[in-house]
Design a protein around this ligand. Structure first.
Ligand code: BJ8
Length: 422
């Protein structure tokens, strides 16, 4: 990686601590990713993105800022990126997936908090994540209790906007979310000085739909009876989608898909054909949380899809592109975003339907239900999911685990027994 010290210094990064983070990532990535056999050539781009994770993209964001553009950080797939892009700003997903950030996080949030929240808190207050430091504004949402309280802490450090996401899906909740999108548009205009017109939202919608379609195409290749890409690699690509330049991301993902489709034609896969196929369902996995996929794929199974926000929830629904007025745009965005079946909603039976549908679409053999500790909503939904899956004769196992690797051996033993059984 080139020398980015001056750039990091300009972002007020704690260089000493940040060096410790940069020192462990290459080895960690090498062990998890580079030792996989038969990887597609097209993964080289994504390897490069990881090798430059705090370098090139941060430089690009800094260059954009010099030209007067703003950078906005988000934590949830309910934040409409169409509005961010239409305001000529860049959007970066900031959920954090390493326990490196936990000691700093625990200085400002309770120890018994979801690892994702604790890591995000630590990344901001410890000044060890240049993405946080590049942001002109952070956008939170009222999804779970831990996040809602986090925004109050973040407000002490940085400009924030919080979108009030309803927890139900009645007509009045749709109307409320629609209004929240309008308010967010006004806040983005205030931040950027750019008028968000209907035409600008149309352009942003088309670009983001292209990104979603590229990811859909990628995931479709995993439906093959001999998947041409590992679950770990597919997860990495979705994680990168949250912060890479959207145009370049679409181009590189499409190139990879060409290669994967050619592999399918030739019958080339990453694992043997009889490898048990797993649908992972549950809480999102932020970079560099590759733990569960790594354990699954080194224990005799392959992950074929994720019913998570770092999986199909991110891209399975497109936004209707037919709008020409602001009101139509707000309506189409509302309809699309409210389709997301997050456990923060009550009731949330649509998620069960999604899990069963995806299990069938991807010809899975079993479901691994993943929750981060202290994520009450996802943990609580396990009972109803388990009951519904039992009626369909779908095997499921719940794995609750944080970012630490101490329990990896124990998880492996449980998963191996599960894969034997399915
Ligand atoms: S739409 S899943 S991205 S809220 S932070 S809920 S893990 S305790 S992230 Fe999420 Fe939006 Fe829903 Fe998706 Fe649990 Fe942790 Fe809360 Fe979390």
């Amino acid at each position: 990686m080139a020398d980015y010290k001056e750039l990091w210094k300009s972002l007020d990064i704690d260089l000493e601590k940040h060096d410790q983070l940069c020192a462990v990532l290459p080895e960690f990535y090498g062990e998890i990713y580079m030792e996989q056999k038969n990887r597609p050539e097209g993964m080289n781009y994504f390897n490069f993105v990881v090798s430059e994770i705090h370098g090139l993209r941060i430089q690009e964001l800094a260059d954009m800022k010099k030209e007067g553009k703003k950078v906005v950080g988000t934590f949830c797939v309910f934040v409409p990126d169409e509005i961010v892009l239409a305001a000529n700003a860049a959007s970066v997903g900031l959920c954090a997936g390493s326990d490196f950030w936990h000691p700093d996080g625990e200085k400002v949030v309770p120890r018994n908090t979801c690892p994702l929240i604790k890591a995000a808190a630590g990344a901001l207050v410890g000044k060890t994540c240049p993405y946080f430091s590049s942001c002109d504004m952070l956008v939170g949402e009222t999804t779970c209790d831990g996040k809602m309280k986090l925004w109050e802490t973040f407000k002490q450090y940085t400009p924030m906007h919080v979108i009030d996401l309803p927890n139900m899906k009645r007509d009045q909740d749709y109307a409320h979310f629609k209004d929240e999108i309008r308010i967010f548009k006004e806040r983005m205009e205030e931040l950027t000085g750019v008028e968000v017109t209907a035409e600008r939202i149309s352009d942003a919608t088309k670009l983001l739909n292209r990104k979603r379609k590229a990811l859909q195409r990628l995931y479709n290749t995993r439906k093959s009876d001999n998947p041409p890409i590992s679950g770990k690699d597919a997860l990495l690509i979705t994680q990168i989608a949250f912060y890479d330049d959207p145009e370049r991301f679409v181009q590189k993902t499409e190139e990879l898909c060409d290669e994967l489709e050619a592999r399918i034609e030739k019958g080339e896969g990453v694992f043997s054909k009889d490898t048990p196929r797993i649908l992972v369902s549950g809480t999102p996995m932020a970079v560099p949380n590759w733990k569960l996929h790594h354990v699954i794929e080194t224990s005799g199974a392959v992950v074929v899809a994720e019913e998570t926000c770092t999986g199909v929830k991110y891209f399975q629904n497109l936004v209707d592109e037919s709008a020409s007025t602001m009101d139509e745009h707000y309506e189409n965005l509302t309809q699309r975003y409210m389709k997301t079946n997050c456990a923060c909603f009550t009731p949330n039976t649509g998620r069960i339907d999604d899990i069963i549908r995806l299990y069938k679409e991807y010809s899975a053999d079993g479901v691994v239900y993943y929750t981060l500790p202290f994520c009450t909503t996802y943990a609580a939904e396990f009972n109803s999911v388990k009951e519904a899956l039992a009626k369909e004769n779908i095997p499921v196992i719940m794995i609750e685990t944080d970012y630490g690797l101490e329990d990896a051996g124990q998880i492996k033993t449980r998963l191996e027994a599960f894969f034997e059984m399915i």
